[in-house]
Design a protein around this ligand. Structure first.
Ligand code: ADP
Length: 485
């Protein structure tokens, strides 16, 4: 320690004070020392001398180290207090340390004093720094737009920030003093799965998660909250604390529900007129065929293909809203995998003249799955492959048997997808590089629906792609996903 240490020494025996001074000089400590021997001088020195460390004898004529410690605490000065006294009992040493002394030295073992001073000052600096950092962290926590909660392993609240109080109306005291679990404030219907999620965090199986659930506020209203939870483990890897950040998303959620309802009604309402147009369109096509009016027949066919596009769009919208509202129903039976693949390829080849769809199927197997939904996935992947490879003329659909399931791939030789964008294409409304593909129509929900369908049947979907060379979309489905459940 290079800078000069300011030592305030409470001592009324001048020879002892000198002894201590000599010991410090011997250890080459750079110090400035002020010796005081009574309470008023001590109080004065605390104010005006600004010591880095206090050395105190235990009993002086007019007062003692207990009182000196109390005075130091009262002033709020954060400096180490070292008791330097004649022989003492273990009990006494424990009492003084409990009262807040940092160390104690017996006068006939003064050689320990220099290192005790240096250590205690360094420790104090460290503590001050940690305290400042903690204060800074608490400032951010208290002023963050998200509420902060710390839970113990049993789900009891350890801390509850001001913002959390603003969101829920309950204060920290409501939980800490009553030892009531804040889990009681989760909306009853959501409680079972919230408990499961909490158990996963406590066991360490999941280290962080993001969940949305309904909570009850102090005034009894139900609000939607988004929770970002993470666990804090001790050095043995045991979960000690769960930290949560929470925000009130009620407004956003209500708007989302309104939007979903709107989309659901809209897509339902659009389906009926579209079916009628499709049926009449086909009657018109048949009549024009009989009449041999090739020109008008061409126009009717173009109209029909646009009606098909619109129908797909409406179906996608309907599926999307069903997924959002957890109303996606699977109709599962045992089906022959390659048979479904062949049917879809044949259907799609009939309506596509720009590309040849090659069927590269391997050995087949029965799988327990929803046939229409599987066909929908393949249909979507082939449609995308055609749409995003305008300068190519081949699509290759392959199947192969794996150990526990079947794998399907759809390969095109089109525009490809950048590596950093490949994972995102399965997210809702995601469309790659808008500028580059502004010529390709779409809403960005086809692959999202595919991914929901595939994961709903416990399968996997992924893509491999090279820009300007082409993409291959893969789907893996288990033979019977109920085996795993
Ligand atoms: P949409 O095709 O309606 O935009 P999708 O969800 O089907 O929506 O696809 C999302 C995005 O993924 C597409 O906009 C496109 O950018 C990219 N994508 C999908 N399939 C391919 C493909 N075969 N080749 C290149 N990009 C593709």
């Amino acid at each position: 320690m290079k800078q000069k240490i300011k030592i305030l020494h409470l001592e009324d025996t001048p020879t002892d004070a000198e002894l201590i001074e000599r010991e410090l000089k011997k250890a080459k400590i750079n110090f400035e020392k002020l010796v005081v021997s009574n309470k008023p001088d001590f109080e004065n020195a605390l104010k005006n001398f600004s010591p880095d460390v206090i050395l105190s004898d235990h009993s002086l004529h007019s007062f003692d180290s207990h009182e000196a410690l109390r005075i130091v605490k009262k002033t709020g000065i954060n400096v180490p207090f070292i008791l330097v006294t004649a022989a003492m009992t273990d009990e006494f040493a424990v009492t003084v340390m409990k009262e807040g002394a940092h160390d104690y030295i017996i006068k006939d073992r003064l050689h320990r004093l220099p290192s005790a001073i240096i250590n205690s000052i360094e420790n104090q600096h460290l503590k001050n720094e940690q305290f400042a950092q903690h204060q800074q962290l608490m400032f951010h926590i208290e002023n963050a737009p998200l509420g902060f909660i710390e839970w113990d392993r049993l789900g009891f609240v350890k801390s509850w920030s001001k913002r959390t109080e603003e969101i829920f109306g309950w204060s920290e005291k409501d939980f800490i003093q009553s030892q009531e679990s804040a889990f009681m404030k989760v909306y009853e219907e959501d409680l079972p799965w919230v408990n499961t999620i909490f158990a996963q965090l406590i066991s360490g199986e999941v280290e962080r998660n993001k969940v949305q659930c309904r909570n009850i506020t102090k005034d009894g209203s139900v609000i939607w909250c988004e929770w970002f939870n993470s666990v804090l483990k001790n050095k043995d890897g045991e979960v000690k604390t769960i930290m949560s950040l929470v925000q009130d998303i009620t407004e956003r959620k209500l708007l989302e529900i309104q939007k979903d309802n709107f989309l659901s009604i809209l897509s339902h309402e659009l389906r009926t007129p579209l079916t009628t147009i499709k049926v009449y369109g086909q009657i018109v096509e048949d009549m024009l065929n009989i009449k041999g009016d090739v020109n008008t027949l061409g126009m009717a066919k173009r109209m029909d293909s646009q009606v098909n596009r619109l129908t797909t769009l409406v179906h996608d919208l309907l599926d999307f809203t069903r997924i959002q509202n957890d109303k996606f129903v699977y109709n599962e039976t045992f089906i022959d995998f390659n048979e479904v693949v062949k049917e879809v390829i044949d259907d799609m080849q009939r309506i596509n003249s720009t590309h040849q769809i090659k069927n590269n199927s391997g050995d087949t197997h029965t799988i327990f799955a929803d046939k229409d939904k599987l066909a929908q996935v393949l249909n979507n992947l082939i449609s995308n492959a055609i749409k995003f490879s305008p300068n190519a003329d081949t699509i290759v659909v392959s199947t192969k048997l794996q150990k526990d399931g079947v794998e399907l791939s759809v390969q095109d030789f089109g525009i490809g997808i950048l590596e950093q964008e490949q994972e995102n294409v399965f997210e809702q409304f995601y469309r790659v590089n808008r500028a580059r593909q502004s010529t390709f129509p779409g809403m960005g929900i086809g692959l999202y629906i595919c991914s929901e369908i595939v994961t709903g049947m416990n399968g996997k979907i992924w893509v491999e792609s090279i820009i300007n060379k082409g993409s291959t979309f893969y789907v893996w489905l288990p033979f019977d996903h109920r085996d795993k459940n």
